[in-house]
Design a protein around this ligand. Sequence first.
Ligand SMILES: Nc1ncnc2c1ncn2[C@@H]1O[C@H](COP(=O)(O)OP(=O)(O)OP(=O)(O)O)[C@@H](O)[C@H]1O
Length: 508
Amino acid sequence: MPRNAPRIEMPESEENEFASFSLFSPSRAPLNSIPDPSQLQKTTRLSDFDLAQKLELARTQGPERRFEGRAGAHDSNPRIVTRNARSRSEPNSAQSTPTRSGARVSLGGGCVTGARVAQSFVGRGRIPRGISMADYAETAPHFEMNEDHSFWKEHNVQVLIRMRPLSTMERANQGHGRCLKQESPQTLVWLGHPETRFTFDHVASETISQEKLFRVAGLPMVENCLSGYNSCVFAYGQTGSGKTYTMMGEISEAEGSLGQDCGVTARIFEYLFSRIKMEEEGRREEKLRFSCKCSFLEIYNEQITDLLEPSSTNLQIREDLGKGVYVENLVELNGAANRKIAATHMNSESSRSHSVFTCTIESIWEGDSLTHSRFARLNLVDLAGSERQKSSGAEGDRLKEAANINKSLSTLGLVIMSLVDLAHGKHRHVPYRDSRLTFLLQDSLGGNSKTMIIANVSPSLCSTNETLSTLKFAQRAKLIQNNAKVNEDASGDVTALQQEIRKLKVLT
Ligand SMILES: Nc1ncnc2c1ncn2[C@@H]1O[C@H](COP(=O)(O)OP(=O)(O)OP(=O)(O)O)[C@@H](O)[C@H]1O
């Protein structure tokens, strides 16, 4: 919570019956429980927003690779468009550690080709026993998500799972075989061995539109910030699972509306400015005024680069009694300086770096012969790929890169576990300072801050193990919202993470 933010009484979270950390429910879901795809609902438009200020978003800058067609159009045949010839490593493959030299992982390519697919996986032990390519060969079903904004009244942490569609290449290589099956708006079955059912509050099917995702996961964050709560949205998941698509998407604007593939960030700002205008007009008598400042940085190898001023590298994090934690010399732009932000994002090494888009929202108004002020910070974080970065065989920069990614994600895991502890009145020392990412975000994690974790998963058979890891991470995060008891397993997990960090420190 920011030091000068208003204190708002939060209702006590209810004790949830989910008291076990055990992730596995071995029961096998009946395959005939897949709903009829004709349940598909049309997506809604943002027409109810009185848009005050349109974002100046770069029309020409799109993601270098994208599906043609939209997430909501599950029956369209997505094509991958390559905008430049930068070489890319194979998608979803934990076999190769991507290098910094432009080798972002492409979703498009299957991890192996044609008939060799099953053989190659088995040879590498990558398809767990029990997965059959024919098991889930249907077109993925669509489930609508509830827009229930009241959930923040009870929980400060929310977890949402988003499954991306299979790419054309993946379909070509592995048919419609998937490692995941969605059964309802809340449940997913991991089709490995043993089959495991996961339940979350929100599971976004692969057909969910960007707009719907914003309405469920982004819009409430804006409302939180306007109420003075610091808020964080994290996109977590393995390389190629859709984190950048979720956070940034394809930034475009046509006929005054954001393009359908625009991600959460642009939609958040469009909504934020419309709300600000509404508030300022509605409270004219109080002379309410807002000011927003945006910054955008990348953390790569524990070094901070200003994405708005890329020549500004190796920036330092400072702490100040008034300002809290901040990055020294970071460019802050007023209002919707989004063109630059959208354009520069494309330079970021998103698969191996964390990018943090921050907007500080301050408001001042008069009442009872006093001047009131409110402050909140909104952080939108696109994390580095969460797959275990290989350190074996790596040397020099590559080894350092792998160690830093593992460390920061592990620290984030520890932060999440500490939030579980806090929910039980216990205090766990969290090594915030071990990682620049958590150091920077510490004001926005815990306390009364609101955290939305979007765990992106791929249904591709190439990603079976990584998908399971992401679901486990999300399950752990969900413990917080459930206010569940931390049991032996959970503590054990943390110890394992700490050991990992230590090992990596020795390696580096
Ligand atoms: N829900 C979705 N609908 C349509 N296309 C998607 C979806 N999710 C991801 N994609 C496409 O999949 C590809 C990989 O996604 P993206 O780059 O967002 O992954 P990522 O998790 O950010 O990967 P990295 O960690 O390497 O940055 C992109 O071409 C993106 O447009």
